[in-house]
Design a protein around this ligand. Structure first.
Ligand code: F3S
Ligand code: F3S
Length: 113
């Protein structure tokens, strides 16, 4: 799978969403998250992100390594403000912005790196 890492936080450019052929990039509040089971590794999203937030899972820079698991937990954990895990909706567009983030992203310092 591909992973969206720290640079997306508070940028949320959304150029990646337009490129994804399987609509597996979901919008939280401060960042977006790639569904690890729905992503088909096409790689189309990676070059279009203006802040280089997207990496193949094996290439995530070490300082952002926790974002691989964090992208997954956006779907597998019950996030604050939700009643149940998101699971595998099979498409992000119909859901729109979900208005919530994982604790890692929600608690990331503003203007922090
Ligand atoms: Fe974020 Fe880059 Fe997509 S800033 S929304 S990962 S284009
Ligand atoms: Fe979509 Fe990017 Fe995966 S375009 S299929 S999220 S590699």
């Amino acid at each position: 799978t591909y992973v969206i890492a720290q640079p997306c936080i508070d940028v949320v450019d959304r150029a990646c969403v337009e490129e994804c052929p399987v609509d597996c990039i979901y919008e939280g509040k401060r960042a977006l998250y790639i569904h690890p089971d729905e992503c088909v590794d096409c790689g189309a999203c990676e070059p279009v992100c203006p802040v280089e937030a997207i990496y193949y899972e094996d290439d995530v820079p070490s300082e952002w390594g926790e974002f691989t698991r964090d992208n997954e937990e956006f779907f597998t954990e019950t996030l604050p403000g939700a009643d149940e895990p998101l699971g595998s909706p099979g498409g992000a567009a119909k859901l729109g912005a979900l208005g919530r983030d994982t604790p890692l992203v929600a608690n990331w310092p503003h203007n922090g790196t």
